[in-house]
Design a protein around this ligand. Structure first.
Ligand SMILES: [Zn+2]
Length: 132
């Protein structure tokens, strides 16, 4: 049979495509084999990892944290589409951390922009020029 995800020809007795890792829809002789399969996209751990890193970095480096958090959210979407919406506590926590990371990173970025603006205005007010 052929993989519905990547189109590769796959041995009929396989439940997972060796080419892309997709679960073979036509072959479901063993449900536990599919549900316990841990692959690059079927594993919720990266969602949690990227979520934690994203939130942690967001608190210091807003923009970089935003990128990490967006990757965390992307990993979550990949996980959900790959597992057909399977529930995972790790993935759910990772998603919440990623969203929190995005909010924090934006807040931190806005704070730093305001901080710089205030400093510039303050320097201007008391010195009359930025360069004196
Ligand atoms: Zn495939």
């Amino acid at each position: 049979m052929f993989c519905s995800n990547c189109g590769a020809q796959v041995n009929d007795n396989l439940t997972v495509c060796p080419n892309c890792g997709a679960i073979m829809q036509g072959n479901k002789p063993n449900v536990t084999a599919a549900s316990t399969y841990v692959g690059p996209m079927g594993d919720p751990t990266p969602v949690l990892t990227w979520g934690i890193i994203g939130l942690a970095i967001s608190c210091v480096f807003g923009i970089i944290g935003l990128i990490f958090s967006l990757i965390g959210l992307k990993k979550y979407n990949n996980y959900k589409s790959f597992t057909s919406g399977a529930y995972s506590r790790q993935a759910e926590i990772g998603k919440k951390l990623s969203i929190a990371g995005i909010i924090v990173s934006i807040a931190v970025t806005v704070f730093w922009i305001l901080y710089v603006v205030v400093i510039v205005l303050w320097v201007n007010k008391y010195t009359g020029s930025l360069y004196c």
